[in-house]
Design a protein around this ligand. Structure first.
Ligand code: AMP
Length: 632
């Protein structure tokens, strides 16, 4: 029986070891030793847990133990006070490390990996929070400080030891003397690290087969600024002069870049009739938020045995105009678990398919795109017209709607084929880009016709060409502490533009909040500065003197009642700190409005309601301090 302490000790060693090769050797040795001493079940659990996975990816079970439940359990077992635990959390930015600071001594190392597995299984089926909490406490009471540290990290799904799953896969290959490619392939198909360890030691990797209902990695695109750059990427050669007659031709498919939610659709498995699942780019299952897509696929697949995995984009869809609605409209549904008829009418959705990854018995990733596309077209021709679902849920007929006047019983086609065209030159791309923008889509995607589907890769076979909005110069008005590596550092910045108050006074109006784009050294410097210039300290959030100017980029501007400006930047990122710029010269609300108005895909009434999401206000009273003189 392998002890959990062995895993905890290994994890602690790995966290302190910067060298990748040394880490790999340490993991391989531990896997080999565990397999030799207690068999491949334990070696499998060791790898799974080291990857921070309480259950295999293919396993739908969930622990349902969040930070609140775990911190209550830590307090109960350790008898630490709130203040002690909060201080420890501030020091580490991590609950596991914080708990080990306040943990009692004198506990023996007896907990086994198999007992942890058993407790996790019981937690997954616990009916009440109280019974789940009791199971967590039971586990923690048997843990030493080091074991508690890693049990908590494992339950939270993030070990933070600088070990990626790919490194564990390499170590398994070394330990079991198996081919790394065979290990990786089996992991992709089975999505179960523990099972693959068992297969590797039993020399049965060749028997790995694709199971539906776990997401494959998503292929991603690299950005390009102009069509010529896309051509250069695909040909690998710089473009000759525009007049030259021998301009290279490319072989690519071009599609509109839709602004929706990327999703992978799994359905048609004869062993699980009627099951349809949708996964997000972050590998979360999001099926519950889109019941009409499930109904439509069930309808289309009735009586057919056709396992399928499709890649595409979920879009809020205007069925009358046959075009996508702005992302903000879809945003109203994202993360919602219960979708009633009112929501189905307010935000009608479709699945816009652009790739096919699996069909029948065949994994299609290695096929060139033009062959995958031909298969996809066939599948959608067959299933698309039948993949229908009405606006209203069967059991719940809404009392009319302000938004859609279509007949509620009319079935609507929910599975669509992303239109594509072949392009060969920068000129054609340019034209298609203008057309896509005119349809209010974000830009275009170009995909090399001969390319294989590379899961999880941002390669050069797909490129995206999209408009960058202008940047804004803003001033920091508030700051929050970060997490993890940024614990104890003020690394999240709320920022504002200039406006004029009702009484004609200059004032600052918050427009967003960003944390990405600044270096560690800049964060450290800003933290010291912001602490010294705090106006109001509310613990986690500080209102600060508005003196530090930032230049921020973003993808979009939305109307929002979250900030005092009435707007919010979408995906803001900090380009640089502009200490060269006085606060009096930062951008104005007028400019924000002008950029907002210039967006062809804005839709003011919808955006306004979108902003009234369930998400709590980040900075509820939005202090918007008065404009002051710039930093001395
Ligand atoms: P980005 O989010 O800017 O990295 O762009 C990549 C995203 O574009 C993908 O994850 C998809 O959600 C989205 N996308 C929109 N339209 C397409 C399309 N036709 N093909 C592939 N991805 C698309």
């Amino acid at each position: 029986m392998a002890l959990f302490a062995q895993l905890a000790t290994l994890a602690e060693t790995l966290a302190a070891e910067p060298g990748r090769l040394k880490k790999r050797a340490a993991i391989a040795e531990a896997v080999r030793a565990t397999q030799a001493a207690s068999g491949s079940d334990d070696a499998g659990l060791l790898c799974l847990y080291l990857a921070g996975q309480p259950f295999a990816e293919a396993d739908p079970r969930k622990l349902s133990a969040g930070g609140a439940l775990l911190s209550r359990a830590v307090k109960a077992v350790s008898s630490a006070t709130d203040t002690e635990l909060t201080a420890a959390y501030r020091r580490h930015g991590d609950m596991g490390a914080a708990a080990s600071d306040v943990w009692p001594d004198g506990i023996a190392e007896t907990l086994t990996l198999a007992e942890v597995e058993e407790a996790f299984a019981a937690m997954a089926i616990a009916r009440t929070t109280a019974s789940r909490a009791a199971l967590v406490e039971g586990l923690l009471r048997r843990a030493t400080a080091l074991e508690a540290k890693y049990l908590l990290k494992l339950m939270l799904g993030d070990m933070r030891i600088g070990v990626k799953q790919s490194l564990i896969e390499e170590a398994i290959a070394v330990a079991a003397e198996a081919e790394l490619t065979a290990i990786r392939h089996a992991v992709m198909l089975e999505a179960d690290l523990a099972r693959v360890v068992r297969m590797a030691f039993a020399s049965t990797l060749a028997q790995a087969h694709m199971r539906l209902f776990h997401p494959l990695g998503f292929m991603l695109a690299s950005p390009v600024e102009i069509p010529e750059e896309a051509v250069e990427r695909f040909t690998g050669k710089p473009l000759p002069d525009a007049e030259a007659s021998d301009a290279p031709r490319i072989h690519a498919f071009l599609e509109d870049k839709f602004d929706g939610m990327r999703a992978q659709l799994h359905c048609g498995d004869p062993t699980q009739p009627g099951r349809v699942a949708l996964y997000s780019r972050t590998r979360e299952e999001i099926t519950e938020s889109f019941p009409e897509l499930v109904e439509a696929l069930q309808q289309a697949l009735r009586g057919r045995k056709q396992p399928l995995i499709l890649d595409g984009e979920i879009l809020a869809w205007d069925f009358a105009a046959e075009k996508a609605l702005p992302f903000a409209r879809l945003g109203q549904r994202i993360g919602r678990k219960r979708i009633d008829s009112a929501m189905r009418r307010q935000v009608p959705v479709v699945f816009m398919a652009f790739d096919i990854l699996f069909q029948g018995e065949d994994l299609l990733l290695a096929l060139p795109l033009h062959e995958r596309r031909a298969r996809l077209e066939q599948v959608i021709a067959q299933l698309g017209p039948k993949a229908v679902a009405p606006l209203d849920a069967d059991h719940d007929t809404a009392q009319g709607s302000l938004f859609v006047s279509a007949n509620p019983a009319a079935p609507l086609q929910r599975l669509r084929l992303s239109p594509t065209q072949r392009v060969e030159s920068a000129e054609q791309i340019d034209r298609a880009y203008a057309e896509a923008r005119a349809r209010a889509n974000e830009g275009v995607m170009l995909k090399a016709a001969k390319s294989a589907y590379q899961p999880g890769r941002r390669g050069l076979a797909w490129v995206k060409l999209k408009r960058e909005l202008a940047t804004l110069d803003v001033v920091i008005t508030g700051a929050e502490y970060g997490h993890g590596r940024r614990a104890g550092l003020l690394s999240d910045y709320t920022f504002a533009v200039r406006g004029i108050s009702a009484t004609g006074e200059p004032e600052l109006l918050n427009v967003g909040k960003a944390y990405s784009g600044v270096t560690d050294a800049e964060i450290a410097e800003l933290t010291a500065w912001l602490k010294a210039h705090t106006l109001v300290d509310r613990g986690h959030f500080r209102t600060v003197e508005p003196l530090r100017v930032l230049e921020v980029a973003f993808n979009n501007i939305m109307r929002s009642d979250r900030h005092s400006s009435g707007f919010a930047l979408r995906f803001p990122r900090i380009l640089r700190i502009r200490d060269d710029k006085p606060v009096e010269e930062i951008d104005t609300l007028e400019r924000v409005e002008a950029i907002y108005e210039s967006q062809p895909d804005k839709d003011s009434t919808e955006l306004e309601s979108a902003s009234r999401s369930e998400e709590p206000s980040i900075n509820p009273d939005d202090p918007s301090p008065k404009l002051r003189k710039s930093k001395a």
